[in-house]
Write a protein that binds this ligand. Structure first.
Ligand SMILES: C[S@@+](CC[C@H](N)C(=O)[O-])C[C@H]1O[C@@H](n2cnc3c(N)ncnc32)[C@H](O)[C@@H]1O
Length: 330
């Protein structure tokens, strides 16, 4: 096949209706584990619900997989569930992903089908008193990939969709070039640049759908002081790292330039969660004798929090938080 720009091949490989990885190969949980799953997902949901400093009438999860985090969110809002929050029970939870509503999804979760990548559904608009979560969405929004040639010129990387073989195309130009010059300048031969413009624009589009509320993007990422010279484009299939071939057989992901997103606060997850009260602290030993079951539950709770806070694990993710104030809010 003729080589095409990575961004194009990547979009087709993940979101093409007939063969896209996320459309045809089962949910992300069939291929890899994220913090949104299991015990960490339950704790994360409670932390996310504690983030907004305003009433929340709708919670939206963009890039919802098959509704794992959304289900934890409705559970966390149930006052009868252990650790349930005080978010009003009338609050809606809407999950958004690129497939039809999954069979067996908790009926309390509403579902919206999305085009995928940078595209969002038209119905997702006019959100008021909203908490919008994008957990590991932006890293799968395809972006332009460039590489610096032997003369120091950044050129777009092209890829053969069948084999993954790469070649260099035209020099970066236009808005991609402007983004690279401003945020990821390099002339060292062999350096790669993952142009964050597509993620910035996708995020700005999501922000524009909110009339009032809080948005949070949680993702692998980097900032200006630590751009990864070799790039981060990576593929996963069936729980394994694999060679990035944009043929629909694997997930394709690249870390997000989080500092170029339109956000009020950008910080590592461990700091964001510590500010929300997570400590990972184990219960006092004295509890083991006094109430062994409570001690065991405390240990489990501490271990879940520790996973979310771990510097080299989920704690190393970034949170980009944007607050949209409605006209009537001062
Ligand atoms: C890496 S997975 C993360 C899933 C889940 N949020 C989690 O953390 O476990 C990325 C998900 O984003 C979805 N996705 C990609 N682009 C999307 C879009 N424009 N709208 C909704 N979902 C999207 C994919 O289909 C996939 O399910």
């Amino acid at each position: 096949m003729d080589p095409v720009p990575w961004r194009e091949a990547w979009h087709e490989a993940l979101y093409a209706v007939s063969r896209g990885f996320y459309v045809t190969r089962g949910g992300p949980a069939a291929h890899f584990t994220t913090a949104a799953h299991g015990a960490t997902g339950a704790r994360l949901a409670r932390a996310l619900l504690a983030l907004p400093d305003h009433p929340v009438r709708v919670v939206v999860d963009v890039g919802a997989g098959r509704g794992e985090l959304a289900t934890h969110l409705v559970d966390a809002m149930d006052p009868t569930s252990p650790g349930g929050t005080r978010t009003p029970q009338t609050t809606r939870v809407v999950a958004v992903d690129v497939v039809d509503r999954p069979a067996g999804l908790d009926r309390r979760v509403e579902w919206l089908r999305s085009p995928g990548g940078a595209g969002l559904p038209p119905e997702l608009t006019g959100l008021s008193d909203a908490l919008v979560i994008a957990h590991e969405w932006l890293d799968v929004v395809p972006c332009t990939v460039a590489e610096v040639d032997a003369d120091g010129t950044a050129r777009e990387v092209l890829v053969d969709p069948d084999t993954g073989a790469e070649s260099l195309g035209a020099p970066l130009s236009g808005q991609d070039r402007q983004w690279a010059d401003a945020h990821w300048p390099t002339t060292s031969p062999g350096d790669r640049i993952e142009v964050g413009r597509a993620r910035d624009e996708a995020w700005t589009d999501l922000v524009s759908r909110v009339d009032s509320g809080t948005l949070v993007a949680v993702d692998y990422g980097h900032t200006a002081t630590g751009r990864p010279a070799g790039g981060t484009l990576t593929a996963y299939a069936n729980g394994q790292l694999t060679t990035p071939v944009p043929d629909g057989s694997c997930d394709l992901t690249a870390h997000v330039a989080v500092d170029t997103l339109d956000a009020d606060v950008v910080r590592p997850q461990r700091e964001a969660l510590q500010a929300l009260g997570l400590t990972g602290a184990t219960p006092p030993h004295a509890l083991a004798g006094a109430d062994p079951l409570a001690y065991l539950a405390g240990l489990e709770h501490a271990s879940t929090e520790a996973q979310l806070l771990h510097r080299d694990g989920f704690g190393g993710f970034w949170w980009a938080v944007k607050r949209v104030r409605g006209h009537d809010v001062t």
